[in-house]
Design a protein around this ligand. Structure first.
Ligand code: DUC
Ligand code: ZN
Ligand code: ZN
Ligand code: ZN
Length: 466
């Protein structure tokens, strides 16, 4: 007896679209085929008119992560709700490493913080220094199932920037043990130079955030990091690519045969930097790298479509207005002094990613349904060492299954999303193509806008790179 048969749906995998029914038993997909040959099930789910995709994986989120004095409103249970209602069944977050910390201890600590999740979760090991002790821990990070490392080339003042010489040391050691560095690539020297210059000129308004980190800041760091990886002979993952400068550097290295993997995030496809020009609401859009221009949105869609970039994450890192502006000071008359440097960086995206990819990707003809599955589920699973447990609908894989109603519409808003904050960077945006059921390892955790996930039912994803 199966637990579920999902019938009459249009099943999408990275290789194609087909009409097949799905039998689920326990946590796994038991069989595919015509339901009359699949046998009995406790419950039949009618997926007529629905698109059936493997559960989405968001390999780049920041939940309950102290950053620039803020931490955000979510814990891993409330984050699971927003994620599941956005069709996400697995996330990968990061250790909150600071100088002096043991990364291995931070992995164990992070697991404890993540233990109330209702979706599955992995951890990237954030490394902020290459002391002998930390270099000695890299083998242990791989053994702990956290073989993907996170390095920041910027945020010196937030205490997470790792010096260049340390990056090279980490890369050489990562190569030895089958770990892979991933980099937030922005040149700190240029960015801090601009911060100081603008501060001296009294230019602190929101828009100076993007002016302080123009595309050259990202392109320079990306190209340099790629060269370090060539030197070290290691694979490299580039987080949140936003502009042609970086796309071109990645494309060139890939053409030369180097294993360079590029990610972009949903907000870099959807939003532009003009949002920061609004004195009242511009702070909400401060994230790093900054939002860019319409031409960059288009270049990113093209880079995804042609495969230079492999996936779309959310970099979900959200704050309500009060927390995000909590470090601003007031002038003598009590007016808030707008200063982009005092705003915690980050925007939402976990819950919006699927409907936005459906609307502006598939709906607009920029990507196919197969590509949607590839960039939001299958590629993250393959790249982060979870395939074929995750990222595919086939017998033996986890029953992480999402039903999408291609005709269902919603207006994205703080009120319709489930982050529990008072604003949304997508406020008023109409989307078409909504997840209407999310199954995680054989359990329906979201359906028709309601969340049923129980705290602590998510599992740690012990990952190994191929
Ligand atoms: N960028 C953001 O916008 N938020 C979190 C961290 C980062 O690098
Ligand atoms: Zn980043
Ligand atoms: Zn991030
Ligand atoms: Zn709701």
């Amino acid at each position: 007896m199966h637990d579920y048969i999902i019938k009459n749906g249009t099943v999408v995998t990275e290789t194609g679209v087909c009409r097949t029914d799905i039998a689920v038993k326990g946590e796994k997909i038991a069989a595919l085929g015509e339901s009359e040959f699949l046998g009995e099930a406790r419950e039949v789910i009618d997926a007529s008119g629905k698109i059936v995709v493997p559960g989405l994986i968001d390999p780049h989120v920041h939940i309950a992560a102290p950053f620039m004095g803020c931490i955000g409103p979510l814990d891993f249970y409330s984050a699971s709700k927003a994620a599941a209602l956005g069709g996400v069944t697995s996330i990968i977050d990061f250790t909150n490493t600071q100088p002096g910390d043991s990364v291995l201890q931070k992995i164990e600590h992070r697991k404890e913080e993540m233990a109330n999740a209702a979706i599955d979760y992995g951890i990237h090991a954030k490394i902020v220094e290459a002391t002998d002790a930390i270099i000695g821990e890299i083998k242990g990070m791989v053994e702990a199932g956290c073989p993907t490392l996170k390095l920041f080339t910027t945020y010196r003042k937030a205490g997470v920037m790792i010096p260049d010489e340390d990056i090279v040391r980490v890369m050489l050691e990562a190569k030895k043990w089958g770990a892979r560095p991933g980099v937030h690539a922005e040149d700190n020297t240029l960015s801090e130079y601009n911060d100081d210059l603008f501060a001296a000129q009294g230019k602190t308004d929101w828009n100076y955030h993007y002016l302080s980190k123009p595309p050259i800041v990202e392109g320079l760091a990306t190209a340099k990091i790629i060269d370090y990886a060539k030197f070290a002979g290691c694979e490299l993952y580039i987080f949140h690519v936003t502009c042609t400068e970086s796309i071109d550097a990645i494309k060139r290295a890939q053409k030369e045969g180097y294993p360079i993997i590029g990610e972009t995030c949903i907000h870099y496809l959807e939003l532009t930097k003009e949002a920061l020009d609004d004195a009242d609401t511009g702070f909400r859009y401060i994230c790093s790298p900054p939002l860019r221009d319409k031409k960059d949105n288009a270049a990113l869609w093209d880079a995804l479509s042609e495969g230079t970039l492999s996936l779309v994450s959310s970099d979900n890192c959200l704050y309500d207005d009060k927390e995000k502006t909590s470090f601003l000071e007031k002038d003598a008359r009590g007016n808030v002094i707008r200063d982009y440097k005092k705003i915690a960086n980050g925007v939402s995206g976990m819950e919006e990613r699927l409907p936005l990819l459906m609307t502006d990707g598939v709906g607009a003809g920029k990507i196919s349904l197969e590509q949607l599955v590839e960039i939001s589920s299958t590629n993250p699973a393959k790249i982060f060492g979870m395939y074929p447990k995750k990222g595919v609908i086939q017998p033996g894989s986890d029953a992480d299954i999402v039903l999408i109603d291609p005709d269902a519409k919603m207006t994205l808003s703080a009120k319709t999303l489930h982050y529990g904050i008072d604003s949304s960077v997508y406020e008023g945006k109409e989307v078409k193509g909504m997840p209407v059921m999310t199954m995680r390892r054989g359990e329906v955790i979201a359906k028709d806008g309601e969340f049923f996930g129980k705290p602590g039912t998510g599992q740690f994803l012990h990952r190994t790179l191929g």
